[in-house]
Design a protein around this ligand. Structure first.
Ligand SMILES: [Zn+2]
Length: 280
């Protein structure tokens, strides 16, 4: 049994200047791809779900499946809610057996973000669940905010970490979510400055399609969790599309159709996990 929370895997990663991959899964196959890849690389991993899936009336079934996969895995696996928007979602995730949650109040005024995140942290910690907070919004590519990304300041990061009691902190160093229209400008200096004044592991959101040399540098500066969704889900999608086209309408049971896309996603994930865990 190797289901864990963030405190079992992130502080040690931070100390060793490596990162744990956190991958957004959407179903059985993508969850399996993540666990298979982590086992093949003998590395800890985080399976996480988009907050919108919390609105699905069968979310408890997905949560139970993720937990079961984590428990059966030969490597440490955390089950995490990504970008939770409310205390209700945090509570629901904990009810569903998640070992970690994120409360993203980054679009609220600073004081309100602190207040909401502090409440969520208190609640989560009562259940032995770890929590991630966010300051400095990481925007979605293609939206207005992605044009000029404001960076988190070391001061606000320090204050926020101390006032809320979160176990991990997402800060903005210039990344955005999804594919980029032009290469992002990642501030390694800002990562270094924040890491110097914050004692907890930092989190890089928007890890897809981001220049890998910069990712490596921020990992060396306290970013012990790197989120990737778009890139590996797209690897799955493209293989699925290719295989379905090749079938040309001929029937094949769905479990068999899913084998190769799952393997393609796992292959992609293995490369990322290897890169993140390569000790500097
Ligand atoms: Zn994110």
């Amino acid at each position: 049994m190797s289901i864990v929370n963030f405190n079992d895997i992130l502080p040690s990663a931070r100390a060793e200047k490596r990162a744990v991959g956190a991958f957004n899964i959407a179903n059985y196959e993508t969850a399996k791809a993540v666990v298979m890849a982590a086992e093949a690389e003998n590395a800890p991993v985080i399976i996480q779900v988009y907050q919108r899936l919390m609105e699905d009336r069968f979310i408890a079934s997905l949560g139970a499946m993720m937990r079961d996969m984590a428990e059966r895995s030969s490597v440490p696996v955390a089950v995490h809610l990504d970008h939770g928007v409310s205390l209700e979602q945090v509570k629901l995730a904990i009810d569903c057996g998640f070992t970690s949650v994120m409360l993203d109040g980054s679009q609220l005024p600073f004081e309100e973000n602190v207040e909401l995140t502090r409440k969520a942290a208190e609640y989560a910690h009562e259940f032995g669940v770890t929590i991630e907070g966010e300051i400095g919004h990481v925007p979605l590519n293609g939206t207005e905010g992605a044009e000029n990304i404001p960076l988190s300041t070391p001061d606000e990061a320090r204050q926020f970490a101390l006032a809320t009691g979160v176990d991990a902190l997402a800060v903005s160093v210039g990344t955005a979510h999804g594919y980029y229209a032009k290469a992002p400008e990642i501030s390694v200096d800002r990562a270094r400055e924040i890491n110097a004044v914050v004692d907890i592991p930092l989190v890089l959101h928007g890890g897809s399609d981001t220049p890998m040399d910069k990712v490596r540098e921020v990992i060396r500066n306290g970013f012990a969790k790197v989120n990737v969704a778009t890139e590996f889900q797209h690897a799955f999608q493209l293989k699925l599309q290719n295989d379905i086209n090749a079938l040309n309408g001929k029937f094949l049971p769905l479990d068999k159709i899913m084998i190769q896309p799952t393997a393609a996603a796992a292959e992609h994930l293995r490369k990322l996990i290897r890169f993140f865990s390569d000790i500097a």
